[in-house]
Design a protein around this ligand. Structure first.
Ligand code: GLN
Length: 490
């Protein structure tokens, strides 16, 4: 069977109608991975045996009508702990680490009967915007294999765009779901901070990290969010505040007010992105929404504040990787200190080391107030700017990324250029708001995403709005791929 055009809802319907068995569906995805993934390189590990066994177990028992998603396959970012499945965060330091437990989101998906196809590539410890910081491989953008898929959830976005799973989970700290979704032309949702449990998500910056869906359409994103959201006693920052997103409804935006964020449009973006964004604004107008420019002056300091706060938290979170408990350990050290130093020097890549050094410096006694505390004060101003804007608008919009997918290698030598990839997403994360990137069109054949931001815990309305927009613009989300000489049709 050809899985290339299937959404997760399609998979569910085929299974419910007994048109296909869970094993047949899983096998079809595994076949497509075998056919296409040497071009895309989305997966770090494919669990063929585990996936087929789980699918066979689904087929072997009577179908439970309450388990709507039973038998539907999914791809998982390699930052999520899955019991018994190697979890590396794309880092040498975690090579060989097999978690003894499931992350809460994984336990929920397991209980719902989803089939785990494997672990997806990412920037090491989710630090990056191109997936080039993976210690193991570079994932390619399915729309143009010479270009990056974005990051850090680049494997997850490329996986969906290349139909190597009907949907995938990613994580977003400063843009890592939305930016790759935009660059690969799929839907990516970062939930409100606290909507989804972080238990079992290997921590990068704990005050920012959130898990969320990457999908072909908004309906799938809403369904996957409903599967993973909710209060979890194992994560005290999780809340039960979010209403089930339910199936998004409606095709009108009548009466809704949209603020176009001035600082993220105009000069900040490439001309092609701006053009596509301008037509998205027109489409919103056609659907009855009212768009008006709004200025959020503090967001221009978002990148500066984020690159102090996130590395500070990372420098503390990554202290646990010292060769004692997890993964890699340097062999042959003479004493404990040498073992720590050598393990960490060998185990971490350059970007991770850079962040640990920035964070350690920003938190050190003499500099704390000038750097870390100042960044936190800036974060408060950003939160306030968004709160003020939501007094006047129902949603805020911007391009998700200031550029389309860039060439592999183009930004690796220039960390600042790489950091600027997240200009439009980072301030939203600092304010803990939910935001979705929805395909809005193409510039020179490469996808452009529209970022829609809502007030805290407004996922239900946000996804309904995004659904109306998506139905109107009708942008294809599966890349036409060539494997060898044979065309693999979308
Ligand atoms: N690109 C940003 C960074 O490198 C965001 C990453 C993320 O959201 N995990 O930190």
């Amino acid at each position: 069977m050809d899985v290339a055009t299937l959404t997760a809802h399609d998979c569910r319907d085929l299974l419910a109608g007994r048109e296909v068995s869970a094993v047949e569906l899983t096998r079809a995805y595994l076949d497509r991975i075998a056919q296409v993934d040497d071009v895309v390189q989305a997966y770090l590990a494919v669990d063929e045996a585990g996936a087929l066994a789980a699918a066979a177990a689904v087929d072997a028992k009577p179908r439970d009508e309450r388990l709507t998603w039973e038998g539907v396959p999914i791809g998982l970012k390699d930052i999520l702990c899955v019991k018994g499945m190697e979890t590396t965060c794309a880092s040498r330091i975690l090579k060989g680490y097999i978690p003894p437990y499931d992350a809460t989101v994984i336990a929920k998906l397991r209980a719902a009967g989803l089939i785990f196809l494997g672990k997806l590539n990412m920037d090491e410890f989710a630090m990056g915007s191109s997936t080039e910081n993976s210690a193991f491989k570079t994932t390619r953008n399915p729309w143009d294999p010479d270009r990056v898929p974005g990051g850090s959830s680049g494997g997850s976005a490329a996986c969906v765009a290349a139909a190597l799973a009907p949907w995938a989970l990613g994580t977003d700290t400063g843009g890592s779901i939305r930016q790759p979704a935009s660059l690969c032309g799929v839907v990516g949702l970062k939930p409100t901070y606290g909507a989804v449990s972080r238990y079992g998500l290997i921590a990068f910056a704990s005050s920012l990290d959130q898990i969320g869906p990457l999908t072909h359409d908004v309906r799938d994103a809403a369904a996957l969010l409903d599967l993973i959201a909710g209060r979890d006693p194992l994560d005290c920052t999780s809340t039960g505040l979010i209403e089930p997103a339910g199936p998004p409804e409606g095709d009108s935006l009548k009466g809704l007010r949209f603020g176009v964020i001035k600082e993220f449009t105009g000069e900040a973006c490439d001309a092609g992105v701006r053009r596509t964004f301008d037509s998205a604004v027109k489409a919103i107008g056609t659907l009855g929404g009212v768009c008006e420019e709004v200025s959020l002056p503090s967001v221009e300091r978002g990148i500066a504040a984020y690159y102090l706060i996130a590395p500070s938290e990372a420098s503390s979170n990554l202290a646990r990787f010292d060769g004692v408990r997890y993964g890699h350990r340097h062999a042959g050290s003479q004493d404990l200190n040498e073992m720590y130093v050598r393990t960490r020097s060998e185990g971490f890549g350059a970007e991770v080391k850079r962040r640990i050094m920035i964070g350690t410096h920003a938190l050190s006694a003499g500099y704390y107030d000038a750097y870390y505390a100042q960044a936190q004060r800036t974060r408060t101003l950003i939160i306030q700017d968004f709160a003020d804007a939501f007094d006047h608008f129902d949603f805020l919009i911007s391009p998700t990324s200031p550029t389309v997918a860039f060439k592999i290698g183009e930004r690796v030598a220039d960390p600042l250029a790489m950091y600027c990839s997240d200009l439009c997403t980072i301030p939203v994360s600092l304010a803990a708001l939910p935001a979705v990137s929805v395909p809005a069109g193409f510039s020179d054949g490469l996808p452009v995403g529209l970022q829609i931001i809502g007030p805290h815990f407004s996922e239900r309305n946000l996804l309904s709005m995004a659904h109306a927009f998506e139905q109107h613009v009708q942008v294809g989300t599966v890349a036409p791929l060539r494997a060898g000489s044979a065309e693999v049709t979308p």
